[in-house]
Design a protein around this ligand. Sequence first.
Ligand SMILES: NC(=O)c1ccc[n+]([C@@H]2O[C@H](COP(=O)([O-])OP(=O)(O)OC[C@H]3O[C@@H](n4cnc5c(N)ncnc54)[C@H](O)[C@@H]3O)[C@@H](O)[C@H]2O)c1
Length: 248
Amino acid sequence: MSVNGRTAIVTGAGSGLGEAAARRLAGEGARLVVADRNPDAVERVAKEIRAAGHEAVPFVADISVFEQARELVEFAVSSYGGLDLAFNNAGITPRLVDVHEIEPQDWLDVIRVNLTGVFFCMKAELSHFVDHGGGAIVNMASTAGVMAHAGRAAYSASKHGIVGLTRSAAVEYARRGIRINAVAPGPIDAPSAQGLPPEIRAQIAAKTAMNRPGTMEEVAGVVHFLLSDEAAFVTGSVYEANGGQTQL
Ligand SMILES: NC(=O)c1ccc[n+]([C@@H]2O[C@H](COP(=O)([O-])OP(=O)(O)OC[C@H]3O[C@@H](n4cnc5c(N)ncnc54)[C@H](O)[C@@H]3O)[C@@H](O)[C@H]2O)c1
């Protein structure tokens, strides 16, 4: 069994990698809660998934507010009668700036959304999983969570934090039927990169051994694998999907 018939939350599903993962999981038979802080985006994505013949309901939540993360899990349970899977993907990327120039508020915002938001989602999801016999979680890290990312220290710190949170929680919950992994993509041809000039896109591609950015579908494939029973013995891993970037 893959993810067929399982209920899954995807956060940040209104755009980019989260949207691609939501489409992939729904296509594999999962019953989706499409969550994002952008109301128009969740409506659009859920509607398009349903139009393709799959199951999806929208939910508006700012996952950096614990109450909203908790309500998201409650909504999934009340909509489908349970919760089995979660992809905690929502995140923000700050502008390029050296450490001494990071505005204190910008630092706080990145940590609040990227790291604290993932913790808030995990806290709510795990409370349900512990009481209902298990589940699987994938957290969105980044290559910036496993190596230096000059100019984006706050972002890199938030993603390194997600890696530590993932590994520690994986050990805590491994004997309770709960698997927790992270995916760490390198440069991806996501909407945020699609408007960049060709020379910048070439520079970004050259950071990978494959000399190309990944596709959103390639990352969605890793997320699907980690959430599925194919990965039944995989927990605490940080799956790099970066075309060999960290080997150069
Ligand atoms: N694009 C890349 O190349 C890349 C590479 C590695 C990791 N990532 C990570 O993947 C994730 C998604 O990136 P993307 O490129 O698809 O970005 P994106 O901006 O296209 O999508 C992010 C989505 O998250 C939502 N969001 C942001 N803050 C939120 C909050 N507090 N509550 C709920 N929703 C919120 C946004 O509304 C948006 O729909 C991020 O965590 C990012 O760090 C992206």
